[in-house]
Design a binder for this molecule. Structure first.
Ligand code: CP3
Length: 337
């Protein structure tokens, strides 16, 4: 498994490649299946369909890794917060006010279909293709739980609570850390080969809160899972963390770090400990434009990361308006000598 070799510290040329949101609305075969299931959440909770969707981009493009088709908000839903995806508007949850509504004991039963998807995908996937399990980073998941929606106002309720009632936020984060450890352990037991923590909104917090709400909970998750599963590899994605990247990698103990689009590779490499594995960070917009600019940027990234263990990816997810041909173009450019 090329992805695992690199996560173990090997440098390979060309690098392994997978793309955030590689299964999704830009693919006609995804849109067709989604229509039969109705809504997005029903897809996530249907192991037959979710497994098929996970494999769709692998069949079409031959990436080096599949990522479980699910969502970071399945965990809050499993904890008892209702969740819906309003068409074209993203996720909606009733903003969490009382932690007593959360029922961690029920969660495994509710996310059981997702674990079954992991089992089915691993059984169907070729042995050289890695399966990535994932969860949201606790701070990002807490943002959605407390604000009840996406980042339209930069999670103003969460950021206000972080000052007015930090104990409430801390307690929620503790619940999320414990639930995330169990959820990810279940994915590993079902066959996930490595894990990724999507801390997509870590960049909204000032440095002290970044340490408290992002670094400390992440370190707890990483330490616990690595203690139980020696050799397990974990990729962190502290999006928009800026100059705190090196501290995040050192203090959390993640094996690899996903870089966002605005991070300069040379500066990232210089800020992280020797041995860090890097993943990223092509601008997803280049997948929309395609052509020469895409190919040039792909080669430039490959060169920038040639002296470190490196996994090619985007700096954020594929958008629905990407022409599927451009993904093939990206992979061909990357794998060309
Ligand atoms: O990457 C993959 O292919 C695996 C599946 C995956 C999804 N979401 C599927 C999805 C993963 C790893 C995620 C993570 C996720 N979900 C994150 C972290 C990564 C990031 O993008 O920053 C976040 C913040 C979410 C929450 C979420 N889910 C939002 C804000 C939205 C609405 C935006 C949108 O694109 O519609 C979703 C919906 C969602 N998650 C879709 C998919 C394929 C679109 C569902 C559809 O309408 O069919």
């Amino acid at each position: 498994m090329k992805l695992l070799q690199v996560l173990q510290g090997e440098k390979t040329s060309p690098p392994p490649v997978w793309l955030m949101r590689q299964a999704g609305r830009y693919l006609p075969e995804y849109r067709a299946l989604r229509q039969t299931a109705g809504d997005f959440l029903s897809l996530c909770l249907n192991p037959t369909l979710a497994a098929e969707i996970t494999l769709q981009p692998i069949h079409r493009y031959g990436m080096d890794a599949a990522i479980l088709f699910s969502d970071i908000l399945i965990l809050p839903m499993a904890l008892g917060q209702s969740l819906c995806f309003a068409e074209g508007e993203g996720p909606r949850l009733p903003p969490l006010k009382n932690l007593a509504v959360l029922k961690p004991h029920h969660a495994p039963e509710i996310y059981a279909p997702v674990i079954e998807t992991v089992r089915r995908v691993r059984a169907e996937l070729a042995p050289e293709v890695a399966l990535i399990g994932f969860a949201g980073g606790p701070a990002t998941v807490a943002c959605y739980m407390l604000d009840g929606k996406g980042s339209t106002d930069h999670f103003i309720r969460t950021r206000t609570l972080a000052y007015e009632n930090p104990n409430f936020v801390e307690t929620l984060l503790k619940i999320l850390v414990d639930a995330t450890i169990l959820y990810l352990q279940a994915q590993v037991d079902a066959g996930a080969d490595c894990l990724m923590l999507f801390e997509s909104w870590s960049g909204i917090f000032p440095p002290d809160q970044f340490r408290q709400f992002v670094i400390t909970p992440t370190r707890r998750i990483v330490q616990s899972l690595k203690f139980t599963n020696p050799g397990l590899k974990i990729i962190g994605f502290p999006r928009l963390c800026g100059l705190l990247l090196g501290e995040y990698v050192r203090a959390t103990g993640v094996d690899a770090v996903g870089l966002d689009t605005i991070t300069d590779p040379t500066i990232a490499i210089a800020s992280c400990p020797v041995g860090t594995v890097f993943q990223g960070n092509l601008d997803p917009l280049l997948l929309k434009t395609g052509g020469k600019p895409l190919e040039t940027a792909v080669r430039k990234l490959r060169d920038a990361f040639q002296n470190v263990p490196y996994i090619f990816n985007l700096g954020h997810g594929i958008t629905p308006d990407v022409p599927p041909m451009h993904v093939a173009q990206l992979i061909a450019a990357l794998r060309a000598a």
